[in-house]
Structures are given as structure tokens and as C-alpha cells.
Design a protein around this ligand. Structure first.
Ligand SMILES: Nc1ncnc2c1ncn2[C@@H]1O[C@H](COP(=O)(O)OP(=O)(O)OP(=O)(O)O)[C@@H](O)[C@H]1O
Ligand code: SF4
Ligand SMILES: [Mg+2]
Length: 337
């Protein structure tokens, strides 16, 4: 663990046991369940004052990891440390306050029945952030932090645009003075024209408040100019992690190469990886043997079907979970701008 790590995830796994209609048909009379591996031995650290991007295809486990970090989902195994100490499974009010979440959908994440002022006041009072007579001034300060004005206090969430609602949701997360923000695809539901302004807001919060931010995204293009480091997820594993410029210049996992190679083909909010990767994403019910990426990997050799590569250092502050990380040719065109 680096001394500057705010959060450290060690060997965290998450399995879901979901009802299986097929198994239940085979043995009638009992509801059979099958196990789905959403996360499989995740090691990752979020460093003080950084934006760490977490990127991967749909279903790779990004939201599950985000929820474990904020404490809304319990890991099946592994440990989460906050500033060098184990985070208790049942978090007290103070532990809850320190790590806050910003969701993808600002429409459903704000209570539509109360004003923005009431949303902020509720939290400020509950957590006793300021004396009661300073609640209004603190609410205005929070709105200003996210680029909004005092008038917003008396309005309802429905009176704002998507981008403004996301700003309000961020102000709400900031109300309890966290030092970590977990942002789960916070711009994916917004118009492209608005996305850039919200990304700028995250940058200014990092710089001005010294926040540490885990920023979840579907695609690399969104985070290229935002994050200090990037962690790439594939089917419940981190397969590569590096400083952002290094990752783009020198990707050491074929999946990362494919993500970067697909950037010019990206639509507004998603990436069409089928265009560059062979085959369907495998099922989390049945993780492939050896390297889980091998059925789709253009570089796969026989050993890849048998050996499950762990995340290993390939350069300074750069790790890859590929057996051939040091001898990979570039399989996909790498977008550099
Ligand atoms: N509550 C749940 N019960 C059963 N399976 C779940 C549950 N939550 C997530 N999963 C499964 O766990 C896997 C990882 O899901 P997760 O939502 O973490 O992925 P994601 O990377 O956030 O995907 P997306 O980009 O679509 O948001 C998926 O296969 C998903 O279907
Ligand atoms: S270990 Fe083999 S299959 Fe896995 S990414 Fe590397 S080359 Fe591809
Ligand atoms: Mg998700």
C-alpha cells in the first residue's frame, strides 16, 4: 500500500446466488440457485487527491465494486482499508460520511418532492455539519462549489436540466464533507454538450477540495483528460492499471489495446467493442479457464487456456494481468489524442 492510499481493496470478491429457472426445471419442487462471479480477487488502491478511472464493458463489475466501496453491498471475501485501517462491515455515521456516491441518473437520485434547499439542509442537520443558524449559508456555499446560485435553494429537482441536477447531486454528496467520491458513470446519462462541463467540475473538486475520486466509465475516451490513473476491468478482474498517459501510450494488455483502438468508433455514450473484439463477452456464470480473456484474445497462446495471470508490475507504476505483457505486439490502432 502506498502511503498516500485513501482506500485499499485487497482480494475482494463478490458472488451473487441467483435463481436458476433451468436448474429448477431439472429438479422440480425446489428453487435452485446458481452462482455468478461479479468480482474475483480485486486488488486496487485509490490514492489521496487523485481521480482514478475504472473502465470496462457492461457487466465487468464496476458498479459492484463501487457499491462495496460505499458500503451498500457487502463483499463475499476480501478486505477494504480506509486510510490504513480496516473498514468495518457495519459502518457508523462517520465512516459512512467519508465516502460518498454520485450516481449515473440524476433524475432518480434526488427526491422530487422536496426543494434543493431542503435536500441539503436535511443532511447538514443530520450530520451536524454546521450549527442550525448556518445551514442556509452552508447550502449556498455548496451550490456555489458546484457552479450554481442561491436561487436554486427554493426550486424542486424537476425544475432543472440533467446537468444541473447532476450538479445538485454532487452538492448533496459534498454536504457531509467526504474525502472520497465514488462516481458511477456520472455523465453517461447526460447530453454530450453537458458532459464536458461536469467532467471539469470533477477536476476542480479534486484540485480545490483535495478529494480522492473513483470515476467509473464505460469507455476510455471520457476519462483520458480527466483521470491521473486508469484501472481496466474485465469480467470481475482488474486486468491493467497505470498512469493515464502511460496506459494510452503503452497499453500492456490486449483488452486495453482493444478499448483504446475502439475510441474512434465510439458513439456518444458507449463503445462498440464488437467491432474490434472477436466473440461475445463470456458469461459471469462460467468464467473461462486460464486467462479469462483468452476466448477473445488475438494474442492467446496455449498457456493462456491454463494459466490465470495475476496483476504484475510491467513498468514503474504500471501493472498488467497478461502472460505476454512484455512481448505484446499492438493488435489495434492506438488512439493518441
Ligand atoms: N444484485 C445482483 N444480483 C445478481 N447479479 C448481479 C447483481 N448486481 C450485479 N449483478 C451481476 O454482476 C455482474 C457485474 O455487474 P455490475 O453492475 O457490477 O457491472 P458494471 O460493470 O457496472 O456494468 P454496467 O456497465 O452495465 O453498469 C453482472 O453480471 C451483473 O448481472
Ligand atoms: S494472458 Fe494470453 S489470453 Fe490473456 S490477455 Fe495475455 S495473451 Fe491474451
Ligand atoms: Mg454499472
Amino acid at each position: 500500500m502506498t502511503t498516500s492510499a485513501v482506500l485499499r481493496v485487497s482480494n475482494i470478491s463478490k458472488n451473487y446466488h441467483v435463481p436458476s429457472p433451468i436448474l429448477s426445471k431439472l429438479r422440480p419442487g425446489a428453487l435452485r440457485r446458481e452462482s455468478l462471479t461479479a468480482l474475483d480477487g480485486i486488488d486496487l488502491e485509490l490514492r489521496a487527491g487523485e481521480i482514478l478511472a475504472l473502465v470496462g464493458e457492461s457487466g465487468s463489475g464496476k458498479s459492484t465494486l463501487a457499491k462495496i466501496l460505499v458500503g451498500s453491498v457487502e463483499a463475499s471475501a476480501g478486505q477494504l482499508d480506509y486510510r490504513g485501517l480496516p473498514m468495518p462491515v457495519r459502518r457508523g455515521r462517520d465512516a459512512t460520511r467519508r465516502i460518498q456516491m454520485v450516481f449515473q441518473d440524476p433524475y432518480s437520485s434526488l427526491n422530487p418532492r422536496i426543494t434543493v434547499g431542503a435536500i441539503l439542509a436535511e443532511l447538514l442537520k443530520l450530520h451536524k455539519i454546521v450549527p442550525r443558524n448556518e445551514v442556509r449559508a452552508e447550502s449556498i456555499r455548496l451550490l456555489n462549489l458546484v457552479g450554481m446560485q442561491e436561487e436554486a435553494l427554493d426550486a424542486y429537482p424537476s425544475q432543472f436540466s440533467g446537468g444541473q441536477r447532476q450538479r445538485i447531486a454532487i452538492a448533496r454528496a459534498l454536504a457531509v464533507r467526504p474525502d472520497v467520491l465514488i462516481a458511477d458513470e456520472p455523465v453517461s446519462a447526460l447530453d454530450v454538450s453537458v458532459q464536458a462541463t461536469i467532467l471539469e467540475l470533477f477536476t476542480s473538486l479534486r484540485v480545490e477540495l483535495g478529494l480522492s475520486i473513483l470515476f467509473v466509465a464505460h469507455n476510455l475516451a471520457v476519462v483520458q483528460h480527466l483521470s491521473q490513473r486508469v484501472a481496466v476491468m474485465y469480467l470481475g478482474r482488474i486486468v491493467e492499471v497505470a498512469e493515464t498517459a502511460e496506459l494510452f501510450a503503452n497499453p500492456r494488455h490486449p483488452y486495453t489495446q482493444a478499448l483504446i483502438g475502439s475510441i474512434p468508433r465510439m458513439s456518444e455514450s458507449s463503445v462498440n467493442l464488437e467491432l474490434v473484439l472477436e466473440g461475445e463477452p463470456p458469461s459471469p456464470y462460467d468464467i473461462p479457464s486460464g486467462c479469462r480473456f483468452h476466448p477473445r484474445c488475438p494474442a492467446a497462446v496455449t498457456a493462456c487456456r491454463e494459466i490465470d495471470p495475476s496483476l504484475t508490475a510491467v513498468a514503474a507504476d504500471h501493472q498488467s494481468a497478461c502472460l505476454l505483457a512484455n512481448e505484446l505486439p499492438a493488435f489495434y490502432p492506438v488512439a493518441t489524442s
